[in-house]
Design a protein around this ligand. Structure first.
Ligand code: OAD
Length: 256
């Protein structure tokens, strides 16, 4: 069956859906120039050891190294713009009352593209918080209000003096309770889940397609490779999301 046939089949499933949930991973931002994590060679984890950089222990051990790595990733993201895949997902809002984007990504490219319902399971790299969450979880800190030399590693919390850290989920950390609760509810409620650009290896995000499927939802996966999610997919659209998703929206619109 050609990709075109599969795109038409996926569009037919979307046309009959009432409640669409979308799960995205780093792959959806790849065509915006943002590295993924596990893609061999250019993935972030190919160059850096996550245990050295994305854990509370790593931050305690070497706060300046971890802080500088996130400053480097933030500088990369400032150059990034939504790609046609992000734009297509935002255009889906014309076909459904609500399109809930459940993202593992810490960038805001879905919001920049115009998606209006985005759940960030792993936080938001543009935000910062007190490492001790001294005023409650999270104790967000606006760095613009703090005079400090950011070349000296993480600034200090103005309330308690602890280091300030990025508001992202690190390994061995809990996800924001409201985010995972809303994501699970969406997976239980949807009748179609579109899974885009994730290797499906990190829990609890990776179990959301299974949750949806157990409730009878159809799973459509968009990824150039096969992943841990592929065996669950009713339709696998193989290719980059920046190419496939606009084709899917085009197929939806031509049959009106
Ligand atoms: P990964 O790097 O594990 O997987 C990226 C996926 O994107 C792979 O399946 C690629 O095949 C696919 N991909 C690559 N280029 C693509 C393209 N142009 N279009 C569509 N897909 C493409 O990233 P995630 O699955 O998002 O967690 O990783 C999940 C979590 O692991 C991240 O959120 C992060 C990491 O540890 C935290 O930071 C807590």
């Amino acid at each position: 069956m050609t990709n075109d046939d599969l795109i038409q089949q996926a569009a037919a499933i979307l046309r009959s859906a009432h409640n669409l949930a979308v799960l995205t991973g780093a792959g959806v931002s790849r065509e915006s120039g943002v590295p993924t994590f596990r893609d061999s060679q250019e993935g972030l984890w190919a160059k850096f050891d996550p245990e050295e950089l994305a854990t509370p222990a790593a931050f305690k051990r070497n706060p300046k190294l971890v802080w500088d790595w996130y400053e480097y990733r933030r500088s990369q993201l400032r150059q990034a713009r939504p790609n046609p895949g992000h734009m297509a997902l935002a255009q889906l809002e014309a076909y459904f009352p609500v399109v809930l984007i459940i993202t593992q990504n810490v960038d805001d490219l879905h919001e920049q593209a115009g998606s209006t319902h985005v759940i960030h399971l792993h936080g938001n790299i543009a935000r910062n918080k007190c490492f001790a969450n001294c005023q409650g979880d999270p104790t967000l800190i606006d760095l613009a209000q703090i005079a400090d030399d950011r070349d000296d590693g993480p600034p200090k919390c103005p309330h308690c003096g602890a280091y300030i850290r990025p508001d992202v989920v690190w390994f061995h950390e809990m996800l924001p309770a409201d985010a995972i609760q809303d994501a699970r509810a969406a997976a239980q409620r949807c009748d179609v889940m579109l899974v885009v650009g994730t290797s499906g290896l990190v829990q609890p995000a990776a179990s959301l397609p299974q949750t949806a499927r157990q409730r009878g939802a159809k799973i459509i996966e968009v990824n150039p490779s096969d992943t841990a999610i592929t065996p669950l997919a009713d339709i696998k659209l193989t290719g980059p999301s920046g190419v496939i998703l606009p084709q899917l929206v085009e197929a939806l619109s031509t049959d009106e």
